[in-house]
Design a protein around this ligand. Structure first.
Ligand SMILES: [Ca+2]
Length: 248
């Protein structure tokens, strides 16, 4: 009898330790703070100083984890600007490890196309690295909405992360995405952002080159459970993403 109690207690302790360890691993490795938006806007910003940006919201109606997510209410109504970006942004300092995993989930609740260039994009800008010709080195990951590079920029390379995500997004479904920034920076820019580099990471929904009078651009876009850091047994080890790598 006591042997069984002891055995069960030991097993429970091992499982408990494993789960606690996993949680520690998750929080310690993620360079992004408040990555599930459970603390509201804490740690996140939008580019208020930019003439092309609009503020984000926190949703407590649609979420993948906990009770909250980031909500990007794309709407051209009343806009005189031709390009408007809704997004959540963080600046992070690279630690002594690879950043070979950028992953998360997006959800599109509504999608009315009002512009040819209306899309979801994740961007990493290395603020510690200038490129020839000016500007900071960037990788722009197209998640959905366009099937060719929206711009031709000297300091940005585009990556289409999966062939399914090059047209209109799937509606009312959480979609997983994952990328390998270490690999993409090495391949595209010839170096990997190392310890101490300051990165700006942007999760966006936007329209560019909107033509007034052409119809409304409307979209409800959500992001949740975002991660940037090293690949671990619980990050970037599942299927999805990493499929088609088309670089521009
Ligand atoms: Ca959440």
């Amino acid at each position: 009898m006591w042997v069984w109690v002891f055995t069960v207690a030991t097993i429970l302790a091992i499982i408990g330790g494993y789960i606690a360890g996993k949680k520690r691993l998750m929080s310690r490795n993620n360079l992004l703070k408040n990555s599930g938006f459970e603390n509201g806007k804490e740690g996140w910003q939008w580019l208020e100083w930019s003439g092309g940006w609009a503020p984000f919201k926190i949703s407590d109606k649609i979420f993948r984890s906990g009770i909250r997510s980031a909500y990007l209410p794309v709407d051209s109504t009343g806009e005189s600007r031709r390009t408007v970006v809704w997004g959540v942004v963080q600046e992070v300092t690279v630690k002594k490890c690879h950043i070979d995993c950028l992953e998360g989930y997006y959800y599109v609740g509504r999608w009315e196309r009002g512009a040819n260039k209306q899309y979801l994009q994740v961007v990493i800008i290395d603020l510690s690295r200038k490129v020839k010709g000016g500007g900071n080195a960037q990788i722009r990951y197209i998640l959905s909405g366009v099937d060719s590079p929206p711009y031709n920029l000297g300091n940005a390379h585009y990556v289409f992360v999966d062939s399914d995500r090059r047209k209109d997004p799937k509606i009312k479904k959480w979609i997983y995405f994952s990328m390998d920034p270490s690999f993409d920076f090495a391949t595209q820019w010839g170096y990997e952002p190392k310890e101490g580099h300051l990165l700006r990471v942007l999760f966006e929904a936007r329209f560019d080159d909107y033509i007034l009078g052409q119809g409304r651009a409307l979209a409800d876009v959500y992001y949740d459970d975002l991660y940037l850091g090293p690949r671990t047994p619980i990050h970037c080890m599942r299927g999805g993403g990493m499929g088609e790598r088309i670089w521009y």
